[in-house]
Design a protein around this ligand. Structure first.
Ligand SMILES: NC(=O)c1ccc[n+]([C@@H]2O[C@H](COP(=O)([O-])OP(=O)(O)OC[C@H]3O[C@@H](n4cnc5c(N)ncnc54)[C@H](OP(=O)(O)O)[C@@H]3O)[C@@H](O)[C@H]2O)c1
Length: 268
């Protein structure tokens, strides 16, 4: 990986993982286009990073704002790197999840990165190697009770990444996928944090994700799954899913205790 003259558009830059990725990239000398909806947070971040960076505010789930973003990127002279990191999550049993929540989660986590990538492909400078990195999740490989919409979106993102990676394999664009496990950021509600603790799930700091992100780029890896035993579960779930079905069945009462009191009440 040659870090010279890199220009990266980073979505979700104002979030926990986004800020850590922005810091790691800026420290490598990368010039960033920081994207999110919160102008104040993005400008504050730009101000404390080393180097010169641009800020573009856009709600990625809005077609008009996405189109305006692409126009501004063209005016800024294109990119050498795109990191699709913006995302939202939601914890509830499917029965308790509104159709609006399902639609907006799939829109933000899957449809928006696909359409943004498609629109930005012509702006990725292909005279030298360029990068697209999609930030997935361990839940993009392991279906988890209470997270069906989130898992569906991240399974979709993983499929999109793999497909695009193979579609562009003979080009100068390298496509890769980084799957964090639970990470200490605002995406996790207090309930999610309490549930993670009860389930014995390890929680990483965002800086750990940033470190793996840099290793993925520098090592030229196509895929990386952060953390043990999550990395092993991803492999077992792929090869022998019924083993993981059994292991997760034991966790179901704990998950329901946290996220489905109404669900349980209805069945008493
Ligand atoms: N934290 C974890 O446990 C964990 C684990 C595995 C994977 N991940 C993945 O890591 C990525 C980053 O998450 P995080 O943990 O850093 O969460 P976070 O702190 O909540 O940050 C989410 C970021 O996404 C942006 N965003 C959300 N919806 C958007 C929209 N419609 N348009 C534009 N920007 C939008 C937010 O921007 P605003 O400032 O505008 O809200 C924010 O910058 C996500 O894809 C997430 O699924 C996280």
């Amino acid at each position: 990986m040659n870090w010279d003259n890199q220009r990266c558009l980073l979505t979700g830059a104002s979030g926990g993982i986004g800020q850590a990725l922005a810091t790691a990239l800026a420290e490598k000398g990368v010039s960033l286009i920081l994207v999110g909806r919160n102008s104040m947070k993005l400008h504050e971040l730009a101000g404390r990073l080393p180097g010169e960076h641009d800020v573009i505010c856009a709600d990625l789930s809005c077609v008009r704002e996405r189109t305006a973003l692409v126009t501004k990127v063209a005016e800024l002279g294109g990119l050498t790197m795109l990191v699709n990191n913006a995302g939202v999550s939601h914890l509830s049993m499917l029965e308790d999840t509104s159709s609006t929540t399902i639609e907006s989660l799939i829109e933000t986590n899957l449809v928006a990165p696909m359409l943004l990538t498609q629109a930005l492909l012509p702006l990725l400078q292909q005279d030298k190697p360029t990068q697209i990195v999609n930030i997935g999740s361990a839940f993009g490989s392991i279906g988890f009770a209470g997270q069906s919409a989130y898992c569906a979106s991240k399974f979709g993102l993983r499929g999109f990444t793999e497909s695009l990676m193979r579609e562009l394999a003979d080009s100068n664009i390298r496509v890769s996928y980084l799957a964090p496990r639970a990470t200490a950021t605002a995406i996790n509600s207090e309930l999610a944090n309490a549930m993670n603790e009860a389930l014995g799930n390890q929680v990483d700091m965002p800086s750990v994700v940033a470190q793996h992100f840099i290793e993925l780029l520098e090592g030229g890896q196509s895929r990386a799954f952060i953390g043990f035993p999550e990395r092993l579960f991803v492999k077992i779930n792929g090869a022998f899913p019924s083993l993981v079905d059994k292991a997760l069945l034991k966790k179901l009462p704990i998950i329901k205790r946290f996220i489905a009191p109404t669900f349980q009440e209805k069945r008493l």
